[in-house]
Design a protein around this ligand. Structure first.
Ligand code: GLP
Length: 260
């Protein structure tokens, strides 16, 4: 796992966008794993800027969402499919239908989750998966206790996650209880994991993910098993790390041509 700590969140957008740009240059039909939540927004803002400047193109790329709320009506603005359309897709040059997510309105969630797994496999797997981090250490919507080798399935949100996400809903109690989410095993299958965590509210979860034991109690600790995982932090989210100085020194001495 590579831990990169920068002074402020905006720089994270540039670093993650560099990795996406390098991937698309190498493989224009790359498969991207897209995350929602506020953390990836700095990345999307930079990708939109570069796409408009002609530095990169998503025209042949595809995208898979990590997760989705169950039961939110198709027109609901907080449906993750709508969020990603608004925050990224409509502002860049993805082909129509190039981005898909698990269908939270399906009558048969078990069948839909199995089909979603197959569609990721049929696409050749995810090349680069963007990730955020819940304050309780959740990854996508894999809450504490999630099997470390889980696949896409229905999950129940903790009260803490529902409270964290209330800020997006009006009235706040509208936050759904159930979600469909890629499993931790599904996420581990992606070839490069890039997790973004910003702000001091994430500092404890970051410490558990990077330096704690591998444990279903902190689902994001599963990144410790991945051969190519990058954790992008700023000073606030990195503030509880015991080896923060070591990670800073290591990254400062890294040849830039290596990328992430
Ligand atoms: C939600 C999403 C996660 C995201 C988390 C953190 O629960 N399902 O994918 O990582 O929120 O969100 P934020 O980045 O807004 O703190």
């Amino acid at each position: 796992m590579e831990v990169v700590i920068v002074p402020e969140a905006r720089a994270i957008g540039g670093l993650a966008a560099d990795a996406v740009e390098a991937l698309l240059a190498r493989r224009p039909d790359a498969v991207l794993g897209l995350a929602t939540g506020s953390s990836p927004l700095v990345v999307y803002a930079e990708l939109i800027r570069r796409c408009r400047a002609g530095d990169l193109s998503f025209a042949r790329a595809r995208g898979f969402l990590l997760d989705e709320y169950v039961g939110l009506p198709a027109e609901h603005p907080q449906r993750y499919r709508s969020v990603i359309r608004r925050e990224l897709e409509d502002q860049v040059d993805f082909a129509p239908d190039a981005i898909v997510g698990p269908d939270g309105l399906a009558d048969d969630p078990v069948a839909v989750c199995a089909a979603y797994e197959r569609s990721i496999t049929d696409a050749g797997g995810v090349d680069l998966q963007l990730l955020g981090l819940g304050t309780d250490g959740h990854l996508a919507f894999n809450e504490p206790g999630s099997s470390l080798n889980s696949r896409t399935r229905i999950k129940t949100l903790t009260q803490r996650t529902r409270s964290d996400n209330e800020r997006f809903f009006d009235p706040p109690e509208q936050v759904p209880r159930h979600v469909l989410t890629q499993g931790l095993g599904t996420i581990l299958d992606a070839r490069h994991l890039v997790l973004v965590a910003t702000g001091p509210a994430k500092a404890r979860a970051v410490q558990a993910l990077v330096e704690g034991p591998l444990s279903a109690f902190c689902p994001a600790s599963v990144l410790q098993l991945h051969p190519h995982a990058t954790v992008l932090l700023e000073d606030g989210s990195a503030s509880e790390l015991q080896l923060g100085d070591y990670y800073r020194e290591t990254y400062a001495g890294k040849p830039r041509w290596q990328g992430l």
